[in-house]
Design a protein around this ligand. Sequence first.
Ligand code: ADP
Ligand code: ZN
Ligand code: ZN
Length: 722
Amino acid sequence: MTAEVIVDIAHSEVDKIFEYRAIDGVFAGSRVKVPFGGRVVDGFVMRLKEGSDFDSSKLKSILSAVDDVPALNAECLKLVDDVSARYHCPKALVLRLFLPGEMRKGTVRELYKNVALFAKDVQVSPRAKAQAAALGYMKEALRADYTDLCAKFGRGAVFELVKKGALSLEKERVARTPYAAIAAESPEHALTEAQKRAVESICASDKTVQLLHGVTGSGKTEIYLTLIAKTLKEGKSAIFLVPEIALTPQMFKQLRARFGESAAILHSGLSAGEKFDEWWRLRTGEAKIAIGARSAVFAPVENVGVIVMDEEHDQSYVSESSPRYRTDEIARLRAEYNGCKLVLGSATPSVETYLKAREGEYGLLELPERINARPLPEMIVADMRREVRRGNNTPFSAALRDELAECLEKGKQAILFINRRGFAQSVICRECGYVAKCASCDVSLTYHSEENCLKCHYCGAQYHMLSACPECGSVHLSYTGTGTQKIVGELKKLFPSARILRMDNDTTSGKEGHYKILKAFSEREADILVGTQMVAKGHDFPAVTLVGILDADMSLHFSDYRSGERTFQLVTQVAGRSGRAEEPGKVVLQTYDPENYILRFAVNNDYKGFFGHEISLRKATAFPPFAKIVRVMVTAEDDKKALETLKEVWFSLKELYDGRPGEFLFFNKMRAPVKRIQNKFRYQVLMRLKSDKLLPEVYARSVPHTSRDVLVYVEENPNNLS
Ligand code: ADP
Ligand code: ZN
Ligand code: ZN
């Protein structure tokens, strides 16, 4: 037999199949050691076949199989091919998505413990009391942990019994279980009528992808859990994807409580050993539910019965390193392969997803009400322009101060949310709300401090920095938000006795950093939680009755065509943290632009209104989903080399453009808005395409220009164009 092997070297030059002579114990999907260029390297067997395309007597032999069980199943092998073709990515790189990194590097192994087994009765001298006692014990127990046994009866006694053949020793695998310390608790609810209907229609539908659009607190989680339980009962497995597992320990807790050891968790915050063990538990079928962030979409489960993607609109579902895959695309491939459903859940679906659902490509289920008809929180809009004119220069409006005082007095909890994303921001007039925009693209400009200028990320245009507002002449221009630390300082002045927790990138380092803060807050060790995007996620704190959104429009003016969408999502998600239990909640939304339609829709909790408006805007301006923004990035430490490669890429893409100019809405090459990141110079070819038709050509004409010194990659509708 001949094995077709991909060697684990991610150079495009070696991205091809190498043939080796197969040995016993090697299957399609096996990890193997092979001789390669005078070294021994790891590889994956993609296929076994009779005969060879080469002179088979000259083939080298595989040296050994790394694992007893092939690491990849048939579905994963197919997925490797599909993903590699879709994103023009070397198979060796794609293969790395399927295994925990440490496993690849061989720095982690199974953890074993010794177990003693009773083998046969033997004669023991009556003077050897410990031996006799140990033998008596083992005759009853038959099996015991070796270390425990030694602790009980003494190492010498146990050793003697082993020597006499009374006991035999055996190695047993120990699974390192992450979050073992998290107490499992999960109230199991009888489904409401609405939940029941949702489950039934998801199961009955003939469409692979199902969108579950339910307002915050409508009980989507219970629907997911029911679908997963059903799948397990049918003997199948499940994949449950969440945006950031570190931020949602409650979710994992619930799954552990409900499904016990059948649930396995895959995420980057685990120790190498934990990752390894959880991965193998899934691969061998010992665990059936894979839970994790986007990379868990590659979980080694078989016979998948349902895939759930919670908060489907979340940006973290797009990978930011090669291959730059979209999690929903991969999940859909897997759902189609397994003939199962992919359930996308969100209170604020991306407009792209909702359009597909409305047009009938996806099934659509709507839960417009909270569980038990609990009201959505009351929204109070605070006009910050008026506050500035009144001389209030603190980050808190009068309304927010009053509501905070009342909330604290009642002994309830509050969350204050600060909108911060990236370092580059837009320029806004604090007196009239004017925002600097690009004349040709109608998106906000981004301030670049190193050059003290404003740039449009969609066409590359540069503008002078403003010294005063062109609308009202005010010099109160703001282009940096206020940090969490400063907010906490100001809060302490206002409410000296309030207990305040801060949650941002600085305070959440460490393996369970997020978890510690969230736990402290949920155990009422603090009254106010101040934080960034992290506090917006799906937390369920029953005592929170007030949410303050300090700068609701900061994300409205990010230089992204999705700014409106992001703001709607963010405001709705953060607001959804308020009043989730019996006590109704309130939200104070501070803005310089109270008339803004996005905020109006968010305040009225009107997703459909928002969607209708947004989708017609996208259509009129030819932005996604009615077009595709594609950026080909060329980066290198050597500026000259980067520029040379850019020219080659450009030349090759220009041919494509010249042949089909009608497919392009925009096409140009330029320096990236941020010229250099991590010592690498950055150039780009930016295009807006009418459809996906030319996409494979774009990849084929750019990615192969990658060389030892220059990296070339393609981004589709990138989250960030800096
Ligand atoms: P979502 O994910 O839609 O925001 P959750 O799943 O977090 O909503 O549910 C909101 C709250 O309602 C949770 O506290 C949950 O325990 C509770 N809940 C969910 N389903 C039921 C039910 N059938 N009966 C009673 N309470 C429920
Ligand atoms: Zn102004
Ligand atoms: Zn522009």
